[in-house]
Design a protein around this ligand. Structure first.
Ligand SMILES: *Cc1c(COP(=O)(O)O)cnc(C)c1O
Length: 381
């Protein structure tokens, strides 16, 4: 139940990919024979599906190896191409490391970055955003859905503020694509990072949406070579991955309304049962969140011990997979104002397509039993 870290590839996605690993193996850049044309046609169709999913046009989609690379391209690419306009960027303290680290890299090169705090519910403070904009601000980067607490940021409001100040707006939508509606037009989004493997697609493929008009985003490529993707991202396109990515998005969008409701019910069932234990604190906004997402802090237990007692039965995590294995409490939970003890004793549940009601009930019981037993031992000791 660790669906924020990654997901199983849907069998229908695997099926769609297989021909491009065998008979249809052409290089989409090969223009001189049928193998190439066939691959190029598949890429073209996939690009259109992705563009339609976010109300973009197909020339605005650049394939990357995932959301990490898309974030790097967006942030470093905008910084490098807009040196004349300024050297100030704004982001949130609760962003994924794939946003924070490129920002820190830019700071080492002499850029200035404002890391905005969030409110107690994990949401951005829009007045604070307004107040932190400067004449030399070139980019605001705020994620769509948080990977640890599932909180959904108000993209349209942020986009409106950025648009009014003529500052580019980037959003990391790795956890959001095909799970909540996304529209780059109505939300005034200029750059959007996507990935396949959080929505039942393969690992190693993602995309960056780059706005082409009103305004046309200036972006410096970060990978140079054969000039694929209009020079924004060189390298032979991974046809099979791209086909799988598009299939995953198609499936996700088709089931979105009903599946969101199913996941929300499972999530709420899990939470209301755990709440009866007392000393359970919800991390993040109660309703402005991904439907299958729940993050709680548990009073009176050691977080590492809790995961340890659960791990033979349940695959769960305390937060980001990229930070697991680190002893420190989650910086996201600290940013919400949780004290060190509660921030160190968190559980992140990501309920998804392949989880059943029985599984949710099983996990609920396992977690409840573990918490109670750890608390009993704690009181004895
Ligand atoms: C998983 C994730 C990433 C990294 O995506 P990859 O495709 O694995 O590189 C970036 N941002 C967020 C919010 C994520 O959840």
């Amino acid at each position: 139940m660790d669906g924020h870290a990654t997901t199983r590839v849907d069998p229908q996605v695997v099926e769609a990919m297989l021909p491009y690993l065998s008979d249809r193996f052409g290089n989409p850049s090969s223009q001189s024979h049928g193998y190439g044309w066939e691959a190029a046609a598949a890429v073209k169709q996939a690009r259109q599906i992705l563009a339609d999913a976010i109300a973009a046009s197909s020339e605005e989609i650049v394939f990357t190896s995932g959301a990490t690379e898309a974030n790097n391209l967006a942030i470093k690419g905008v910084a490098e191409a807009n040196l004349q306009r300024g050297r100030h960027l704004i982001t949130l303290q609760t962003e994924h490391r794939a946003v924070l680290e490129p920002c820190q890299y830019l700071e080492r090169l002499g850029f200035e970055v404002t890391y905005l705090p969030v409110q107690g519910d994990g949401l951005i403070d829009l007045q604070q955003l307004q107040a932190s904009l400067r004449p030399d601000t070139i980019l605001v980067s705020v994620m769509a859905a948080n990977s640890e607490i599932g909180v959904l940021q108000p993209l349209a409001e942020i986009g409106a503020i950025c648009h009014a100040h003529q500052v580019l707006f980037h959003t990391d939508a790795a956890q959001a694509i095909a799970k909540i509606p996304l529209d780059v037009q109505t939300s005034n989004i200029d750059l959007m990072s996507l990935t396949a493997h959080k929505v039942y697609g393969p690992k190693g493929i993602g995309a960056l949406y780059i706005r082409r008009k009103n305004p046309r985003v200036q972006l410096a490529p970060q990978i140079h070579g054969g000039e694929q993707e209009r020079g924004f991202r060189s390298g032979t396109l991974a046809t099979h991955q791209i086909v799988g990515f598009a299939k995953a998005i198609e499936l996700g969008l088709a089931e979105q309304p009903q599946e969101s409701e199913r996941l929300r019910q499972l999530r709420d069932r899990l939470y209301s049962r755990l709440q009866t234990l007392e000393g359970i604190y919800l991390n993040g906004h109660p309703t402005q969140r991904l439907p299958g997402s729940l993050n709680i802090s548990v009073e009176g237990v050691d977080g590492a011990a809790l995961l340890l007692t659960l791990r033979s039965q349940v695959a769960l995590s305390s937060g980001s997979a990229c930070a697991s294995g680190r002893a420190e409490p989650s910086p996201v939970l600290i940013a919400l104002g949780r004290d060190k003890a509660l921030a160190s004793a968190s559980l992140r549940f990501g309920i998804g397509r392949f989880n059943t009601l029985d599984e949710v009930d099983f996990v609920t019981e396992q977690v409840a039993m573990s918490i109670q037993s750890l608390r009993r031992n704690h009181t004895k000791a």
